[in-house]
Design a protein around this ligand. Sequence first.
Ligand code: SF4
Length: 348
Amino acid sequence: MNRAGTESESEFHFELRTCRWAEREWPLDSSDAAILVARQLGTKRRRWDTIVLECDPDALRHRAKFGEKRLDGDLLHVVRNAPEEWTYYRDCLPDPGYPWRYVRESIHEADDRGVLETRRNGNRIEIRRKWPYREWVRRIVAIENKPDLDASAARALRPQLEYDVAMALADEVWVATRKTGERIEPALLERLPVEAGILTLDPDSLESEVAWYPRRLDVDGPGTRILERPAGGPRDASPAQFEYVDPEVKARKRLEIAERAYERGWRSFADTMRPDCRHFELRSAGQFLPWCAAKGCCQTAAECSSRCSHVEPEPPAWRTRGWPIEGGPGKRSKTLLEERRRRRRPGL
Ligand code: SF4
């Protein structure tokens, strides 16, 4: 197998290519949605490989007023409910369900970040919003990347997709797999939930085809969280265990995921790698991808760490000479990725 083929073997590489594809090709219909792509995000129980946010273009630009960092659940509680006129915070914010002192901390944080106005009236803190927080996300699409979707990969993936379909936290769930060019794509023959879409993708050319369209999930209704499944087998008559999840809880989770996606995007992969290693490179063939000169491959985030047996910090002389650009190559790689990331977030 040639090197390009070997590269494509890496799920990590495939995932980055899927992200790039989504950024270029989504939405698949003719909607005017602005697109934000992120990776490795979700909830405590379920993390998606790739997330595509379909956003209202104006509202996405407006979101930039709140800065590039995410607003976590506590900050969202404050900025979404802050009134137009000065008001004592306890009179305008809904009961958070946890002690008010945490709300005060969030108010001070929002003030420090410049996204809320505060003043003292005697010993009371009054707040006033700077801008309304607009609903900027229209739809969330989750994509699982499985370049080699054989029977055993499908078996491992199936319960995860069933979980997604039952929870309906994302509007659509997809599996992206390597395009084989066969008359019937093998992925279609695997036992996956019919609600999940199947996309076949050539990771080198980024040519894609929809092999199966997904069903739209009921994100506004209650979700069903599958907690435990019977082990299976002829003697196992135990029922699956599950619980319902309120639509409001889902709506809150969706917004928190979207906020994290806004902050991270998908080019943050270098944050968990070692771009300061002398062998780290960013290679560009339509997109920047990490490359390890020592191993001669597109290394994964897991292997590119301080535990790597080939790791060698870039020589201090590279930085002091300002080669090739001030800060040394590692810093420059991160800056390049950061620039690309910012471009996808209009208004910043
Ligand atoms: S040698 Fe190891 S740490 Fe250095 S770039 Fe390659 S994979 Fe990363």
